[in-house]
Write a protein that binds this ligand. Structure first.
Ligand code: S3P
Length: 431
């Protein structure tokens, strides 16, 4: 629970950086590797607390996983039902992605599997996954029907499901894809809005096949996947901290190399376009997961309007866009973002509380924010708080680059959930 002094910036950020691997893709590479035939190798894997919990869970299930720097190899079990019975409950730490996706992937085991998480994760809803899984025949015994700790019990086989997802969530969609692959009949899923499609793309790379038509996905039972080599792009959600710093801290010009540019994840770039930011993308590659180098420089930004349809492609970047809006010209209105209330923290509440401490004119609404821009942020009277939420901690560090005066960040350790070397990378650009 460390408290750190946050750096200011004198002349902006300069230089180039390769951000760590994408968190969503890193998790999925372990999962697909674990169920495939053969040895999957992964480069630029994200070695953060969240992904280490996914690795820990599969090791407990008897999967051999070697980690050498950011290179990981996974000896696949060749199917969904070849795991070893775990000797202890699986520890999900702070990781919502591990929990929700593993619920689907492990929904059909011949033995009990117990799962638990930290205090924050234990408050996050899992009914959104356990309800449809139960309809498919899974047996999920969750605390108060909606929370960790939980136990997955053996069942009599899964049946396919016709399901309209009530929330726009890639975690729920992915869990149902994993379960649908193990069912006896096909499943038809209808998304509320298009969400990140990393599971679908990686499944295809490993020899799987889904039928997709806009919001509709048909999952046909299938369990034969072949090990692959996966190169994980830089995480656009991690690059976003520097994109916003580059756009908002006067004097900045930075390049972020090999950033993932999947069009279900690049909403931050579209938001920056709307705000009038100046950036270019070079060296684009178009493999299964596209990537490119983004160069961005300081520019006075304009206000932003975001609605529900925009949210899934930038859901994790909204705290940062709220910060950028405090520096923009005019009034920013963000609606349709009620999912932020069930992230690692209630991010509508924590963003408002922390930015208000620094003088921002920001009002929380049930599903978003109203922010009047053009504020000079200042030192808060008390230390800023991450509230144990990695993205809030990093957002406040970026806010301090734009502030007059000094701030401290309490509970800064939370940042290791997705970006353990964040402060070193920030230092390398903030010279
Ligand atoms: C993720 C999906 C998103 C995102 C999370 C990672 C994923 O959550 O916020 O950080 O890897 O599928 P939801 O599916 O709940 O929107």
């Amino acid at each position: 629970m460390s408290t750190v002094d946050l750096p200011n910036s004198n002349s902006g950020l300069h230089g180039a950086l390769t951000v760590p691997g994408d968190k969503s893709i890193s998790h999925r590479s372990i999962m697909l590797g674990a169920i495939s035939h053969g040895t999957t190798t992964v480069d630029h894997f994200l070695l953060s607390d969240d992904c280490l919990h996914t690795i820990g869970a599969f090791r407990e299930l008897g999967v051999k996983i070697d980690v050498d720097g950011d290179h990981v190899s996974i000896e696949g079990k060749g199917g969904f039902r070849n795991f070893d019975k775990p000797k202890k409950p699986l520890d999900m730490g702070n990781s919502g992605t591990s929990t929700r996706l593993l619920l689907g992937l492990l929904a059909n085991q011949p033995f009990d599997i117990a799962m638990f998480g930290d205090a924050s994760l234990s408050k996050r809803p899992i009914k959104r996954v356990s309800d449809p899984l139960t309809q498919m025949g899974a047996k999920v015994a969750a605390t108060n029907g909606n929370f960790l700790p939980l136990t997955l019990h053996p069942n009599d086989g899964l049946n396919g499901i016709d399901y309209k997802l009530p929330v726009a969530s890639a975690q729920v969609k992915s869990a149902l894809i994993w379960a649908g692959l193990q069912a006896e009949t096909p499943s038809h899923l209808t998304e509320k809005l298009i969400t990140r499609n990393h599971t679908e793309k990686m499944l295809e790379q490993f020899g799987g096949h889904l039928e997709q038509d806009g919001l509709n996905i048909t999952v046909t039972p299938q369990s034969d996947f072949t090990a692959q080599h996966v190169t994980v792009p830089g995480d656009i959600s991690s690059a976003a901290f520097f994109l916003i710093a580059g756009a908002c801290v006067p004097g900045s010009e930075i390049t972020l190399n090999k950033v993932g540019l999947n069009d279900t994840r690049d909403g931050i770039l579209k938001a920056l376009d709307q705000m009038g930011a100046q950036y270019t993308i070079n060296n684009r590659t178009n493999d299964s997961e596209p990537m490119g180098d983004i160069t961005i420089c300081y520019q006075q930004l304009n206000a932003l309007t975001l609605g529900a349809a925009d949210v899934p492609a930038l859901v994790d970047e909204i705290p940062l866009l709220a910060l950028a809006a405090t520096q923009a010209k005019g009034q920013t209105v963000i609606t349709g973002a009620e999912e932020l209330r069930v992230k690692e923290t209630d991010r509508i509440a924590t963003v408002t509380e922390e930015l208000t401490k620094m003088g921002a004119d920001i009002t929380a609404t049930p599903d978003g924010f109203i922010i009047n821009g053009g504020t000079k942020l200042h030192a808060a009277n008390t230390p800023l708080q991450s509230h144990g939420d990695h993205r809030i901690g990093m957002m406040m560090a970026v806010a301090n680059l734009m502030a007059d005066g000094d701030n401290q960040l309490a509970d800064a350790d939370a940042i290791a959930v997705s970006y353990p070397q964040f402060f070193d990378d920030l230092k390398s650009l903030n010279k």
